[in-house]
Ligand binder design. Structure first.
Ligand SMILES: CC(C)(COP(=O)(O)OP(=O)(O)OC[C@H]1O[C@@H](n2cnc3c(N)ncnc32)[C@H](O)[C@@H]1OP(=O)(O)O)[C@@H](O)C(=O)NCCC(=O)NCCS
Length: 271
């Protein structure tokens, strides 16, 4: 009799960890079984689980879950950097948010993480010239998660958007790798510039809650923007700015403020 061989499963410690957390969650709270099975345990890979979760959250009477899931699967199959970025985002949340103890939490519950992955899909559609579907995803993301990111905006990997109400990021904004932002952040235009009119945020910047960064300005690597600031001018690297309009108030206090989530003003964070 011919031996049937199944292709060995690729080793994926992240996905193994997520499925093991899912089993533990169901054992602890059986009423979560249906949701956790549908979102995690039914799937063989992180990509497929993300497709399901995003499609389930963003579908509506206007667009079925099946269509959105097919689009997401197509994107993940076409561009492996999408799931690489999602993994970096997952790690970012786990590392930086003290309330996150399991990788399962962002996938199941966090608007910031899910919204980032939906934006990554919209950006993929945008790059393929499928702009109407990209705009549709932007709209649903804004309606469902309160995160309004233009599909053309370029976002790095390892992004954490904590709490995630009322995030607005404009068309020509660029956000580097390992950036952290809290709720109610705007990366917008001043209304006085045309075309390239939005901020360029370098790697490892920490942007506090309610900060408004306006215009085609540069925020340097490893800088921090204090909560509630209105930033209208370039921010040098490794610097802290605060106020309306924002002024330099000190150094960033440490090498990686967005990763350590160092939120002490001035140089006190270095102590
Ligand atoms: C108000 C605004 C239109 C600028 O108006 P303006 O009269 O051309 O102002 P200027 O850029 O010449 O700045 C004049 C002064 O006001 C300050 N200023 C400008 N905008 C400011 C703001 N939003 N908050 C506080 N101070 C502001 C400037 O720092 C400058 O101060 P200075 O004279 O001490 O240097 C613009 O900054 C703004 O806030 N636009 C709205 C942007 C927005 O909501 N974007 C979101 C898009 S999603």
């Amino acid at each position: 009799m011919a031996e049937t061989r199944t292709k060995p499963r690729a080793i994926d410690p992240v996905w193994d960890r997520i499925t093991s957390e899912a089993h533990e969650a169901v054992a602890k709270e059986p009423l979560m079984g249906g949701l956790v099975h549908a979102c995690i345990l039914h799937h063989k890979t992180l990509e497929r689980a993300l497709s399901y979760r995003i499609a389930a959250k963003l579908c509506s009477n206007e667009m079925s879950m099946m269509v959105l899931r097919e689009v997401a699967n197509e994107a993940y199959d076409d561009d492996p950097t999408l799931v690489e970025a999602a993994r970096a985002d997952l790690n970012a949340v786990l590392e930086r948010d003290p309330a996150t103890l399991r990788m399962l939490q962002p996938i199941l519950y966090y608007k910031g993480f899910q919204g980032m992955q939906a934006h990554r899909l919209a950006h993929w559609l945008w790059a393929k010239g499928r702009t109407d579907l990209a705009y549709f995803l932007q709209m649903r993301c804004s309606e469902v998660y309160g995160i309004d990111i233009h599909p053309a905006a370029r976002m790095g990997k390892g992004i954490m958007i904590d709490h995630a109400h009322s995030i607005v990021i404009g068309e020509t904004a660029v956000v580097g790798d390992n950036v952290s932002m809290l709720h109610s952040v705007t990366l917008g235009g001043t209304g006085k510039e045309e075309e390239d009119r939005h901020p360029k945020i370098a790697d490892e910047v920490l942007i506090g809650a309610g900060a408004k960064v306006l215009g085609n300005i540069k925020v340097g690597c490893c800088s921090r923007i204090a909560a509630g600031s209105v930033v209208l001018a370039d921010v040098p690297p490794a610097t802290t700015v605060a106020g309306v309009p924002a002024k330099v108030v000190g150094t960033a206090g440490c090498d990686h403020p967005s990763v350590s989530m160092n939120q002490l003003l001035g140089t006190r964070g270095a102590e």
